[in-house]
Design a protein around this ligand. Sequence first.
Ligand SMILES: *Cc1c(COP(=O)(O)O)cnc(C)c1O
Length: 639
Amino acid sequence: MPSTKKWTVDDSEHIYRVKRWGAGYFEIGQNGNLYVTPDPFNTDIRIDFKAVVEEIKQEGIQFPVVVRFHDILRSQVALLNQTFQQTIKEAEYQGKYMGVYPVKVNQMREVVEEIVDAGAPFNYGLEAGSKAELLTVMALNTNAESLTILNGYKDQEFMRLALLSRKLGRKTIVVIEKFSELILLVKIAKELDIEPIVGIRSKMTVKGRGKWENSGGDRAKFGLTISEMINAARYLEEHGMADSLKLLHFHIGSQLTDIRAVKESISEGAMIYSELHRMGFKLEYVDVGGGLGIDYDGSQSTNDSSRNYSMQEYVADIVYGMKQVCDLEDVPHPILVSESGRAITAHHSCVVTEVVGEIKAHGAGIATNPADGEHILVSDMRELTEIIDQQNNLQEIFNDASQFKEQALSAFKLRVISLEELAKIETLYWQIMEKVQLRLKDAEFVPEEMQELDFALSSQYLCNFSVFQSAADTWAIDQILPVVPLTRMNEKPTINCSLVDITCDSDGKLDQFISEHGISNIVPMHNLKADEDYYLGLFLTGAYQDVMGDMHNLFGRLNEVHIFSHDDDPQDFYIEEVVNGSSVEDVLSIMQYHPSSMAKSMKKMIDGHVAQGQMKPREGVKWTDFYEDCLKGYTYLKT
Ligand SMILES: *Cc1c(COP(=O)(O)O)cnc(C)c1O
């Protein structure tokens, strides 16, 4: 990039790839701010993220903040259902689509309620995988038409709850994960005299590709083998309940990166369905599970954080794949169920954090002017800084400087040079490296050793958040999440950096970023200004990240704002709800502390000091109040 050309938002797009991962919801505006278009069917509504940040500040809500765009949730629900409906029509597929949202992906009440509401016109249902989730979906899924699918391991109580839900007229399907569950279900159903709807989960031979490939295959944790499925069907038949067997389920993994795995699982699943049909078990539903991926890194590839297909393609492969096998085998087209969670929720929420400081790679350095009788290593190094501008052989300079630095370190250990001389040598060394790096910017070829200079010279931007609370998968499974500045994208970002959080854990960092050329360990950000806050958005956190975080270092849940868009609003949006994050008291209580007795004990200590005349009474009251205020306060930095 020649320095004479003015930086534009298109240049920023090249770095941050917003359009690629933004799926039509996010883009860079001409003013350099990030914009949100929450409804693809109403592109007149464009929300300036900077205005959202301003409003959050005005409301006195502390950062970091989770920002939820409920309209994006609604859009994704509609998009998935409409895509299935349209494809079914085009394919002249005889069954319909009845999807469910798996609540484990984001169980927040507001999220599930919004999905249920947006899904009502499509009879979109819910999926639960544990007793707590089952209790939740029983209360929330009040639509008599939509499905409630129950996966996961089950006990007696679980079965009783499922049957209660049947008694109340719900289409609740118990999916059998292991054979003993079937025996339990049949027994309790007979006792209660309630007819269950039974599904069986197949242990597929096809494996997903990517991080979750072990959800399929012989070593899968869930599901029945072919012979177990046959035994299960016969067991139901023997108990006069063959008609209860209605659904075949499979789920080969989440974030399926390669469409071929989807195709293979559909043909395998369709064959099993057809065979069971021919054996006389007239199943009505085939549930293809979750797995619809998200292109987190914008590469449209089989990278772990990407996928090589679109939602349209995924849906078409399911509908046409199922139709083809069923027509060939001459069995009815089943009702299609899918359990997409990630694809429904990932886009709708993000974390906004402010950068609270820059940690420079090598500090500020010290003054390096010549001193009487200084060691020759210092003058040699200084000489390099003087000749570098005329020198064409950068490799030689690089080599000499590296050698002098190493020698200086040994010399210091042998007490040949002083600490101050060592500091001068280091300061000069990094001045040289910065010059080398600058001159290499326009070079056609950069030797490998020197390629690492960009990283060595990069800064760390300290961000007010915790990776473990807000982006657990970046740490646990190297998931990539897009990070972009919310403003100033019409300005050239001049600081190469990685991001670190405020936990006392060296793993509390983000150092994998989307870049022009694949994944990079640094990302260019803008220089920090003394009089202007700099906010970053961590995007696509709505699936799993929102709910899987932990309280490492006792950093608790984030404050949340729920944004709704509205045509009539001058800014196209309003904050519908604020959900307070954890206070220090909240997180301490979870760890078995008693914050009120802690406050009492502090008060006693302070009172003691006051009684002994070591503190004025007025001062004592102030300190007592301060301690209590901090207990009630937010766990993150107050900025
Ligand atoms: C986790 C899970 C899902 C959700 O998968 P996504 O990849 O998030 O769509 C669906 N079904 C089952 C059985 C699951 O365990």
